[in-house]
Design a protein around this ligand. Structure first.
Ligand code: IDC
Length: 362
């Protein structure tokens, strides 16, 4: 009897232990499974999640997700029209200090900007192709993209062609630059690429087309559906040339730039005409002073631009985020604050454009 009881106890002990052990085994497997899943989730975020990962609810990207172009409209992931609005930096080589979290966050929260344009000059002094430190400039661009991404804002990487006139001049550098950038940000839905700021001088729509036909496929290989902005001849005023011979790619918009004290009815008429003819237009740069970026502002003309731009829900980015002593700088010369500007610290253009962005929030 005694032996039997001991045997029974031993058998039940063995049974219990094996059950416990197999239970542990199952649990471990289960845990492994969970871990595997979470690793898979975090290494392969969907396009929308990747930029939203560290931004709070209610940020522009969190609300609108990945953008695309629907005929003339920029639309969000739900297919609703969206108007991007915000500030363009001055040249990143000249005013790098404004690429910081406090500045972008202030623009987002106080000005109600949802987008930042990072202007990287190509040919001016310190430009990417004219003696600038390329690694430093690229890391500035990356810093700007990362800050905007963390804040849930859209961001435009602008290859700022100006004195080089024809974008073909530095086409090879543009191709490797955009290859690198789109390889890094191909998974992010908040990054837009502007492949040439303002073709001018000898650049024709044919030469811009030839350039775009080489640069856009480089971006598309890494980032098949991001929105790409293309500058038009005569400092991005000849959108009518683009309307007559648009590029053979999806999710492309054509840029129109204006300076209100110089460009008036005739350019507004052109914009309206082109949009009515089906051209997707994006105002990736404007000022309310004259085309030199200086001189006095023209509020009357600026108001007419604003009305037209809002009528067609066109996106608008203001030139420029700096305290340079010129009227297109939105911060007064002498004010060295990087955020939290009072009205007194803003230029006339700064006050006017902040008012526009804040009133027409979406
Ligand atoms: C201007 C800057 C000025 C700088 C100059 C360099 O405001 O501080 O010295 O570039 O050439 C544009 C250009 C933009 C110009 C701006 C005003 O895209 O780079 O910035 N402008 O001239 N197109 C029309 C006007």
């Amino acid at each position: 009897m005694k032996r039997k009881r001991v045997l029974l106890i031993i058998t039940s002990l063995i049974l219990t232990m094996s059950l416990v052990l197999s239970g542990c085994g199952m649990k471990e497997d289960g845990e492994e499974q969970l871990k595997e899943n979470s690793v898979t989730e975090s290494t392969e975020p969907t396009e929308d999640e990747s930029a939203a990962s560290d931004n709070e609810e209610g940020t522009p990207f969190n609300e609108h997700g990945t953008l695309s172009v629907n005929v003339t409209d920029l639309v969000d992931s739900g297919g609703n029209k969206i108007q991007l609005k915000g500030m363009s930096t001055h040249g990143l080589a000249w005013f790098p200090e404004y690429v910081n979290k406090d500045t972008f966050e202030w623009l987002r929260d106080d000005w109600k900007a949802n987008c930042i344009r990072l202007a990287m000059y190509t040919d001016e002094n310190g430009g990417y192709c004219s003696g600038g430190d390329q690694e430093q400039l690229k890391s500035k661009v990356r810093e700007g993209v990362d800050i905007a991404t963390g804040l849930g804002m859209y961001v435009i990487i602008d290859w700022h062609v100006l004195s080089d006139q024809d974008p073909n001049k530095y086409k090879d550098q543009a191709k490797s630059f955009f290859d690198e950038m789109s390889e890094s940000y191909g998974e992010q839905g908040n990054v837009l690429y502007e492949i040439c700021n303002e073709p001018n001088g000898s650049a024709t729509w044919e030469s811009v087309t030839a350039y775009a036909n080489e640069v856009i496929p480089v971006i598309r290989a890494n980032d098949p559906d991001s929105v790409i902005l293309v500058g038009t001849p005569t400092w991005s005023q000849d959108i009518d040339k683009a309307a007559a011979a648009p590029l053979p790619f999806d999710n492309v918009m054509y840029t129109l730039h204006f300076y209100a004290a110089t460009h008036t009815d005739w350019l507004r008429d052109r914009m309206e005409q082109c949009i009515s003819n089906g051209l997707p237009v994006f105002v990736s740069e404007f000022g309310i002073c004259d085309a030199s970026g200086n001189g006095s502002v023209d509020i009357g003309q600026a108001d007419q631009w604003k009305e037209l731009i809002n009528k067609y829900n066109v996106s608008y980015m203001c030139w420029n985020l700096s305290n340079k002593d010129e009227s297109s700088a939105v911060i007064k010369a002498g004010c060295n604050e990087l955020s939290g500007w009072s009205d007194d610290e803003l230029s006339d253009e700064g006050k006017w454009v902040r008012g526009w962005m804040r009133v027409d929030t979406q």
